[in-house]
Design a protein around this ligand. Structure first.
Ligand code: DAH
Length: 367
């Protein structure tokens, strides 16, 4: 390719047109990024570019033709710049990955995590009770024998202790535990992992005068092997209400209102007599099976009923132990397993699913 010569366009507009024609012909014959850059240098280069030379010669032209030549020369310069930029844009490799983004593609989904189904359910249960005026609080997972058993009418060697296989801590040690909301700290000897949250009934009453209206969610531990319905650690929610004139009817009404709200149905609720050492009378709370509506299915083991909580009227001996007047106060208590309720609510048939962290399972509970 030959260098455009300076003399050509010294003279007149026709020379400028020839330079244009020459450029267009060369552009048409050029391909590839390096060659296009070379072409750009030959025409637009600061030192020896043809257009640079043209503009210099225009500056030196006689004043009468200078404006016309100047306009034509600048037009040509703009035309060459645009044409080169367009061609280069088609061959240049993207300088930055952002240039390669196809803006017509749908946006990329960044999956956000969500809370664990058991946490969501626990929070939902807490929310229902909070709206009924309950205060939520937590207690220690390392518990002492007194609060887990003895103060709940299960002295050493009481047969009821056999109902729960306890994980005892290797060596008794002293812990300090602050009772929420009181700023008070109680020293106690922790020597087991609590087998239920019921010990918090005692802990709370020891430090608070009636009336009482609390729920206590938390982890509990038992010496169970993993199977469809057992895990050595699970979650309970304890409830306790104490005041003057609290009756069994209040307990039934509370359970019916709670279950109706949680399962969003006109829940059928039934009480079955039971035994817990810390309540008298005691009852299991049964919910009409939400899957078969009572006709009997695999989830309710053909009974038409699902067991969802233990409950009863607080045993007067507990009140005596914490310094409440049993003649003046009555109360009810209940305890439920969050996993058990989750199994019932979601129709999950294996409790282990909640602890295996399989995303295919967990993602079904996202919000
Ligand atoms: N603590 C019992 C359990 O672990 C559940 C329970 C039953 C709690 C009756 C209560 C109650 O407060 O009154 O199975």
């Amino acid at each position: 390719m030959h260098q455009p010569s300076m003399q050509q366009f010294m003279s007149d507009p026709a020379a400028i047109n020839r330079l244009r024609a020459q450029f267009l012909a060369e552009l048409a014959a050029t391909s590839g990024e390096p060659a296009l850059r070379g072409l750009r240098d030959r025409y637009l280069g600061r030192k020896s570019g043809a257009i640079t030379a043209l503009l210099k010669s225009v500056a030196a032209a006689p004043p009468d033709v200078r404006p016309t030549l100047g306009r034509l020369a600048n037009e040509l310069k703009g035309q060459i710049e645009t044409a080169l930029a367009e061609r280069l844009a088609t061959v240049e490799a993207p300088r930055h990955p952002a240039d390669a983004v196809d803006v017509t593609l749908p946006g990329r989904d960044f999956p956000l995590g969500h809370r664990h189904p058991l946490t969501l359910l626990r929070e939902r249960i807490e929310e229902i009770f909070t709206r009924m005026g309950y205060q939520g609080l937590e207690g220690p997972e390392c518990e002492d024998d007194y609060h887990n058993y003895e103060a709940l009418n299960m002295p050493p060697h009481h047969p009821a202790r056999d109902m729960q296989d306890t994980l005892y801590l290797a060596s008794p040690f002293n812990e300090r535990y602050a009772v929420p909301g009181t700023g008070r700290r109680d020293a106690y000897a922790a020597n087991l992992l609590r087998t239920h949250t019921s010990g918090m009934q005692i802990r709370y009453m020891e430090t608070h005068a009636p009336p009482v209206r609390i729920i206590v969610p938390g982890r509990v531990y038992r010496r169970d092997n993993l199977d469809l319905t057992h895990t050595p650690m699970f979650t309970q929610i304890e409830g306790l209400v104490v005041d003057e004139g609290v009756t069994l009817a209040d307990l039934k009404g509370t359970m019916a209102a709670f279950l109706g709200e949680l399962f969003e149905t006109d829940a059928k609720v039934r009480f079955r007599p039971s035994f817990f050492p810390y309540t008298e009378p005691s009852a299991e709370v049964l919910l009409g099976c939400i899957f078969c509506k009572g006709s009997g299915c695999g989830i309710c083991k053909k009974t038409g009923w699902l067991e969802v909580a233990g409950s009863g009227m607080v045993h007067p001996a507990l009140f005596e132990r914490v310094g409440y007047d049993p003649e003046r106060y009555t109360g009810f208590a209940f305890g439920m397993g969050v996993e058990r309720i989750a199994i019932v609510k979601y129709g999950v048939d294996d409790i282990r699913m909640f602890y295996e962290n399989d995303l295919r399972f967990l993602e079904q509970f996202g919000q």
